[in-house]
Design a protein around this ligand. Structure first.
Ligand code: ADP
Length: 649
């Protein structure tokens, strides 16, 4: 049915007999609730053209059309992607023709003598309803494909912009560290600040477009609220102190020890609001108040004694690109996207961002988020523990030893391996119990510790442990359990496990566990570690020459040897040669292959090859897991990123 009233129906009648046209017209006009606009064609080619225009809601097609049959029009129309439903009309009943017409895609097959009957009007109604459904389906497909195209475009754009930004930021940082360039430092800093600004703008625009397309997904995880707020405090206390402002984070109630939230996004929101508060306050204070309310919602308030916002502007500042101050007079940069993104993220978390302000006195930004509280979470007072506890919470970096991770999920394998790598210990992977038993049988003395998942295909963790203990192996084995249930730990220890870590593994717990079990191994492993600190060689696969040269320069500055390749093919040639690479650092978009598929190909030949992907966007989690890469670096890649990789090796 066309635009306008629901009952307007454009009908195409393909019929070579004028009497039948008049008969059909009379009948259609007599039907209540519909307003049929009948267009009549009697010539084969014109009829086909009219059908091909797809402008009609319904076509009534006579079976006999002079020398040709309606069936051939029907077949031709379907071949030309005509979506209009077609009802075939015929003079006499014929089961074979009926069958043939339906097979060729007709909606129905009706006798001309039935025009005027209930059967005919029912047939029309069905055909129209089917057409509506078909249109909806086509529209849905069109929208989905538009969204996919836009996503691909944004991912591509982001990658393309990040690659040159990597070079700009990287080279200016490098120049900024040169003492002989002291005299041009102010200019270099300008380039550097603007590049950083461009990067944050790029991130904001990408976020906003994801939000607009309902495409932004939250990554909810267990978060220790105390550490989260302590981090935030450490982050801002210097910036506030520099402006002579007091900065505090206060809890108004006891707070849950652990909450389930998207940590990165919650941090992004708070950073935005607190950063604004400090930016728009020249004297006095900025404080953050946090409370757990009766309906288990976490309330945040960021209060400042700054310049305030005029009443009439209050509603508008949550809109993209809105700023109260005239842009040309502003000393601090910002595109007016932060609050738009924050309020959309808060809405996604089930809350609402609100603001109240008095001009010249200050502003208060408040929001709550619905909490998916970890079961029976304990409540505790907030204890900000900036530097001191950071150390306790972070991983030790001076450990030695070999660990076997027995785990079937590649993301967790990767995470554990990376975390363990940061401590100085090394880790191998077994994907299930059977593989673990084989590995330990082959290398009975290699490992100092085993982390074992309980739920795995082929052979689960409990059975594997029992088999191991029966074979006389006394190596410490830590169970990794998905849910910390009461009683599980005792049961597991009784079975022969030494301890238990619940997933998701928390960094401090992992750190304690590693310290407990690896310290004793330190002396016996020294020789091994010494050899591991030999010179490293990286293969850098990057098609952008500037980015490639920069990576080479940065890696060389860390005493890493670098071999470069500008395509997947060149990369394959290097790997097939004699040289071995400690890491392959690979761009995600190579001219002749995607980095992820190349990584997958390399891993399928050599599982142990360490591969890091450099990407301008977050790769899709499924593709990432499938490629089995060990790490992903988001462009622009910094020296610190590279140092982290080097340390993990
Ligand atoms: P911007 O990047 O411009 O800071 P935001 O979306 O974060 O963008 O903020 C939009 C505008 O709201 C700011 O430009 C500023 O005019 C106003 N604003 C935000 N927070 C405060 C505050 N705490 N005090 C005064 N004005 C504020």
């Amino acid at each position: 049915m066309t635009k306008g009233s629901l009952s307007d129906v454009n009908v195409l009648l393909i019929e070579d007999d004028e009497d039948d046209y008049v008969l059909t017209l009379d009948y259609l006009e007599s039907i209540a609730n519909f307003n049929f606009n009948l267009v009549w064609h009697s010539q084969y080619n014109q009829a086909l053209e009219a059908l091909e225009s797809n402008e009609y809601d319904l076509c009534l097609l006579d079976y006999q059309l002079g020398p040709k049959t309606g069936l051939s029009i029907l077949k031709e129309a379907k071949a030309r992607d005509v979506h209009t439903p077609i009802i075939m009309l015929t003079g006499q009943s014929d089961a074979v023709l009926d069958d043939e017409a339906l097979k060729a895609g007709a909606e129905d097959f009706v006798l001309k003598s039935e025009i005027g009957s209930v059967r005919f009007i029912r047939s029309i109604r069905y055909a129209l309803a089917r057409k509506e459904l078909e249109l909806e389906r086509l529209e849905r497909l069109r929208v989905e494909s538009d969204i996919r195209a836009k996503d691909r475009f944004l991912a591509h754009l982001s990658h393309e912009l990040r690659t040159p930004l990597t070079s700009i930021l990287g080279y200016t940082n490098l120049l900024l560290s040169r003492q002989e360039l002291e005299n041009v430092k102010p200019e270099l800093s300008i380039i550097n600040n603007n590049s950083e600004h461009l990067l944050s703008l790029l991130n904001d625009v990408l976020d906003l477009s994801k939000i607009n397309e309902n495409n932004l997904q939250l990554n909810v995880e267990d978060v220790c609220l105390n550490s989260f707020l302590s981090d935030l405090h450490s982050l801002f206390k210097m910036a506030a102190a520099k402006k002579g402002l007091s900065f505090n984070i206060e809890a108004k109630t006891l707070l849950p020890k652990n909450v389930r939230v998207d940590k990165t996004r919650l941090k992004q929101i708070l950073i935005n609001i607190i950063y604004n508060a400090i930016k728009f306050t020249s004297s006095g204070f900025v404080k953050v108040e946090i409370a757990l309310n009766e309906s288990s919602k976490l309330e945040f308030k960021v209060i400042d004694s700054g310049i305030g916002i005029p009443q009439e502007k209050l509603k508008r500042i949550f809109k993209p690109f809105e700023q109260v101050q005239n842009v040309t007079t502003r000393s601090d940069e910002g595109a007016g996207l932060g609050l738009a993104i924050s309020s959309a993220l808060i809405a996604l978390m089930g809350g609402k961002l609100e603001v109240s302000s008095t001009l010249g006195e200050g502003s208060e930004f408040g929001f709550f988020i619905a909490l998916d509280m970890a079961d029976e979470t304990t409540l505790e007072p907030l204890r900000l523990n900036d530097a001191k506890n950071d150390e306790e919470d972070s991983l030790p970096s001076d450990l030695n030893g070999h660990i076997l991770i027995v785990e079937d999920m590649s993301e967790i394998q990767m995470l554990m391996r990376t975390l363990i790598g940061q401590t100085g210990a090394t880790a191998d992977i077994a994907s299930d119990g059977v593989e673990a038993l084989e590995t330990l049988k082959r290398n009975p003395d290699k490992y100092d510790l085993v982390f074992m998942d309980l739920h795995m295909p082929r052979m689960d963790g409990r059975d594997t442990l029992v088999t191991l203990r029966q074979s006389g192996l006394e190596l410490p084995v830590i169970a990794l359990t998905a849910a910390a249930q009461k009683g599980t730990k005792e049961e597991l220890i009784a079975l022969g496990f030494n301890d238990m870590l619940s997933k998701p593994v928390s960094v401090p717990e992992l750190g304690h566990c590693l310290k407990n079990y690896l310290n004793a191994q330190q002396n016996s492993e020294v020789t091994h570690i010494d050899s591991a600190s030999d010179e490293l060689t990286f293969l850098v696969v990057e098609d952008d020459a500037d980015a490639r040269n920069l990576l080479e320069l940065l890696l060389n500055s860390q005493q890493v040897n670098v071999v470069t390749a500008d395509s997947a093919q060149a990369c394959r040639q290097h790997i097939n040669g004699k040289q071995k690479f400690d890491t392959i650092l690979m761009d995600i978009g190579l001219p002749d292959a995607s980095g992820l598929s190349l990584a997958k190909e390399i891993k399928s030949q050599n599982r142990e090859q360490h591969i890091v992907i450099a990407s301008g966007f977050d790769p899709e989690p499924e593709m990432l897991a499938e490629s089995q890469v060990d790490d992903v670096l988001l462009k622009p890649i910094t020296l610190i990123d590279l140092q982290t990789i080097i340390e993990s090796l």
